[in-house]
Write a protein that binds this ligand. Structure first.
Ligand SMILES: Nc1ncnc2c1ncn2[C@@H]1O[C@H](COP(=O)(O)OP(=O)(O)OP(=O)(O)O)[C@@H](O)[C@H]1O
Ligand SMILES: [Zn+2]
Length: 462
């Protein structure tokens, strides 16, 4: 098999992947801040990470996949001020910060399942690891990397010569160009490790610490939890492109100070899903959820297919037309696959070409094109099916689980009566019958050559 190469953002180049240990590959992916539902932009990043994990497994590695849940400490502004997103989300929802964290974590996991993502082996939440974070901060303090201001304990970035290397940040230029207020911080790049609770206010989430009552800064959790569940030095760290200059840069600074490692051997980042030429974003409120797609009768796996059509290192502009085209293509693929006899032996040549594309930094648009080439080839269908099964172990479209819908006699009869009512221009009755069909879980669509009955999408989180 062509050896796996991944684009490492630390070295800014394609590197052959070599695992650090013989028994498992450590993969740490920064998880969601659970103050709201995930949008399909966030989900694009998790899809890329799922595909990376599947590619590693295709290469025979056992992956230890860790995803954290940020349920405290992520402030509205990445410059360490503003409200905690969880406290703000709690006010907006009229529920406690703990309750929204639970609710949105469940919804997030539901979305991952609807998109056929593999369950990480380890989920870990920031609020379950306060002691580990305090230990990590105390170590940094002992080693002289911290200072305390009126509102928290900060990391002193001037203590590290290579601070910001991942993002190629030049500290001096940043300082000179910065116009934002930095409060009591010594430098704009310094960041909070522990924030004190405001004197005149009780936070919902706060803990005692050697420095005073408060809560951990957002970056602390990932250094502490990745060291606990993987090693302080592990194989691959992932997140969205926005993590490069701040969150990952600061995680690296902490791990270097604490453990003397730069955390991960490879740094991979998924690029944004854009909408109307801007980043899809929870904070701006301009976002689509998987549930929003389901309401438009889009199968969640059509979104997965759409994401396969763009390389993870390029931004993807969302459009409904592209999503509908993805749904049509996926449906055609499923119908072909379903019509074939049981799988026999995979075709070695197709397999080798597919694996070569996957191993070239996850060139999945090309891998998908090879899948279509196979589908249209003159190979016997049983061989196509066997080959597709191996492709789909990486692409995760769930082809072998799909079955055409069997629509019950009751629904067919209601649709027939509705068609009749429409022909007789009895709109009230037609609407009433449509509502009954809807309640049974189906939609009817009127076409020129009759009516089409489809099940409503119920895959995404409600
Ligand atoms: N538009 C997007 N496209 C792809 N990935 C994204 C997008 N927006 C955020 N991400 C990624 O989603 C993951 C989860 O992010 P998180 O839950 O912290 O969202 P957030 O940054 O608080 O939300 P937002 O920036 O949308 O207000 C991160 O890896 C982040 O980089
Ligand atoms: Zn992180």
């Amino acid at each position: 098999m062509t050896p796996l190469h991944l684009y490492d953002n630390w070295e800014r180049k394609l590197r052959p992947f070599q695992p650090l240990r013989a028994d498992w590959v450590g993969l740490y992916c920064c998880g969601p801040t659970v103050y709201d539902y995930a949008h399909i932009g966030n989900l694009r990043t998790y899809l890329f990470e799922d595909l990376l994990r599947r590619a590693l497994e295709m290469n025979g590695y056992t992956v230890r996949h860790v995803v954290n849940i940020t349920d405290v400490g992520h402030l509205v502004s990445d410059a360490d001020d503003g409200e905690d997103k969880m406290e703000k989300g709690s006010r907006k929802a009229g529920e406690s910060a703990w309750d929204i964290a639970d609710r949105f974590t469940i919804a997030f996991k539901h979305d991952l399942r609807a998109l056929n993502m593999l369950e990480p082996q380890i989920w870990c939440k920031a609020t379950d690891h306060i002691a580990e974070q305090i230990d990590c901060i105390a170590t940094m303090e002992q080693k002289g990397y911290t200072y305390t201001t009126s509102d928290g304990v900060y990391f002193d970035t001037s203590k590290q010569d290579d601070y910001g290397f991942l993002a190629r940040i030049k500290r001096d230029e940043q300082e000179a160009g910065k116009r934002v207020a930095i409060g009591d911080k010594k430098s704009a790049t310094d960041f909070a490790l522990w924030k004190f609770s405001p004197a005149n206010e009780t936070r919902q989430m706060e803990w005692d610490s050697p420095w005073g009552r408060g809560f951990p800064g957002w970056h602390s959790e990932c250094s502490a939890m990745s060291a606990k569940y993987l090693e302080p030095w592990f194989d691959i760290h992932c997140g969205g492109e926005d993590h490069i200059p701040i969150h990952h840069t600061n995680e690296i600074a902490q791990s270097q100070a604490c453990y003397g490692t730069r955390l991960a051997n490879f740094w991979l980042h998924g690029y944004f899903l854009q909408i109307d030429a801007g980043k899809m974003s929870k904070s701006s409120g301009d976002f689509l959820r998987l549930q929003t797609l389901a309401e438009q009768n889009i199968d969640p796996l059509a979104y997965r297919y759409l994401c396969l059509t763009a390389h993870y290192r390029s931004q993807l502009n969302f459009s409904w037309d592209a999503l509908l085209a993805a749904q049509t293509a996926l449906q055609r693929m499923r119908e072909h696959y379903y019509s074939w006899p049981p799988a026999t032996q995979a075709n070695a040549d197709f397999l080798q070409r597919f694996q070569a594309e996957v191993n070239l930094d996850l060139n999945l648009p090309k891998a998908l094109a090879i899948m279509w080439e196979l589908l249209k080839s003159k190979l016997p269908d049983a061989i196509k099916k066997a080959t597709m099964n191996q492709f789909d172990a990486v692409l995760g479209l769930g082809l072998s689980e799909w079955k055409p819908e069997i629509i019950s006699e009751e629904v067919r009869e209601l649709a027939q009566r509705r068609w009749q009512a429409r022909a007789e221009k009895n709109w009230a009755l037609a609407d009433q019958l449509r509502a009954q069909i809807h309640a049974l879980g189906y939609e009817v669509e009127d076409g020129v050559d009759g009516v089409q009955i489809k099940s409503r999408q119920i895959g995404a989180s409600a």
